[in-house]
Design a protein around this ligand. Structure first.
Ligand code: PLP
Length: 409
């Protein structure tokens, strides 16, 4: 059979069986055969405001008719990029932030790693370049993010990876303390997701993130919060860092920033880094992407922010969480699943020994729900924040019947 020319991401190159998604509205999408699915993953953890928002499409179309794109290197700027950065700086979980724009979360992560190293290099401390990350972390697929992530299969065969990146046990504050005691003078930054997403949906142990902040302060290192999944209301606050009471130095974001209507990500740059960057007027920030500050993408993000604010969508995360946690916890209590983990609007259901998360997903797909099988035999849920009660109930009942049939095939 002739293969499609499209080589799919994170897919077997020999795969030939695809679901052709053609249309979306709110938390629902349809395929080319007319099948209806509740999108229980906000596509890939990103569609906060739901599908089919005409106000975003209309604003982007108007922007494209006026100026589709123009770069922002050197002396050029544009109003949507300026406005978006103002809005994001005002929302940032730390004071006096500035905003660097990218097209994706991976680019944001690589930018944050480079900025952390530059922060020390420009202070005459280039040896201070170790980046510390946590096991189970997912930080994207460019070389910085691949090096810093803690999902071993994603790191195989691409080497050599970035030097001076150390990945530690995810939940062990002692290992972190020991590393700082040993090499604190050479550590530039620690990078962590507030809730680890693609690595299995793991919230941090109680007090862990505040402990990290204290350790970084004690040793003069930077704390990078990778908020690509947790940002823009996923945990109920605008940022996961706020949810856990932590003020990071750098924040990476993407996904919910535009709800995926056009690709957009970036880094919030806090006061410590910004002061160093602004200290010498002769220096040039030799980093940037062709599409950093793309006006049409920024327009999509601006309307997305309007929707998040006007409809108070971050507040819906805790409602989603209560409903999902309750239902998933019942499955665990009945012995149908091993574990439920999550926070706000992002949850993972750990399968019982011998039960395949892929098989559960396939069964759910047949019954009109799209979850995502991820690491550690987990089925993940991260629905659009606009999901309504009927669709959430459908997710819950289809999950139950899929794990029941997996338990008794
Ligand atoms: C926490 C985190 N960081 C970074 C990324 C990479 O983002 P992208 O796929 O947009 O490059 C992801 C993607 O899922 C993510 O979950």
């Amino acid at each position: 059979m002739a293969r499609s020319a499209f080589l799919h991401p994170f897919t077997r190159p020999t795969a030939s069986d695809f679901v052709d998604i053609t249309r979306g509205e709110g938390a629902v999408v349809w395929d080319s055969e007319g099948n209806r699915y509740v999108d229980a993953m906000a596509s890939l953890w990103y569609c906060q405001v739901g599908h089919g928002r005409h106000e975003i499409a209309d604003a982007v179309a108007a922007q494209m008719r006026t100026l589709e794109a123009f770069h922002t290197f050197e002396m050029f700027t544009n109003d949507p990029a300026e406005q978006l950065c103002e809005r994001l700086a005002a929302l940032a979980p730390m004071p006096d932030a500035r905003v660097f724009l990218t097209c994706s979360g991976s680019e944001a992560v690589d930018t944050a790693i480079k900025f952390a190293r530059l922060h020390f290099a420009w202070q005459g401390r280039p040896e201070r370049r170790i980046v510390v990350a946590r096991d189970r972390a997912y930080h994207g697929v460019t070389y910085g993010g691949t090096s810093a992530q803690g999902i071993p299969p994603n790191k195989e065969n691409w080497g050599p990876l970035l030097e001076d990146v150390v990945v530690l046990d995810a939940d062990d504050p002692i290992a972190m303390k020991d590393l700082f005691a040993d090499r604190g003078e050479r550590i530039a930054a620690v990078i962590t997701e507030p809730v680890q997403g693609a690595g299995g949906v793991y919230p941090p142990p109680e007090g862990y993130l505040r402990g990290l902040r204290e350790l970084c302060d004690e040793h003069g290192a930077l704390l990078i919060a990778d908020e690509v999944v947790c940002g823009f209301g996923r945990l109920g606050s605008w940022w996961g860092s706020q949810h856990y009471g932590v003020e990071p130095d750098l924040v990476t974001f993407a996904k919910g920033a535009s709800s995926g209507y056009l690709p957009l990500g970036g880094v919030l740059v806090g006061a410590a880094v910004r002061e160093v960057f602004e200290a010498d007027d002769t220096r040039v920030l030799r980093h940037g992407f062709t599409y950093s500050g793309h006006p049409s993408a920024c327009t999509a993000a601006l309307v997305n922010l309007d929707i998040l604010e006007c409809e108070d969508l971050p507040a819906r995360a805790s409602w989603i969480g209560e409903r999902l946690f309750g239902a998933l916890h019942d499955l665990v209590a009945e012995g149908l699943a091993a574990e439920v983990r999550g926070e706000g609007g992002v949850w993972g259901l750990g399968m019982n020994e011998g039960v395949s998360a892929v098989a559960v997903r396939d069964e759910m797909l047949r019954n009109g729900v799209i979850p995502r099988p991820i690491a550690d035999h987990t089925v993940a849920f991260c629905p659009p924040l606009v999901i309504d009660e009927a669709d959430l109930d459908h997710v819950v009942s289809v999950t139950r019947s899929a794990v029941e049939s997996a338990a008794d095939p």
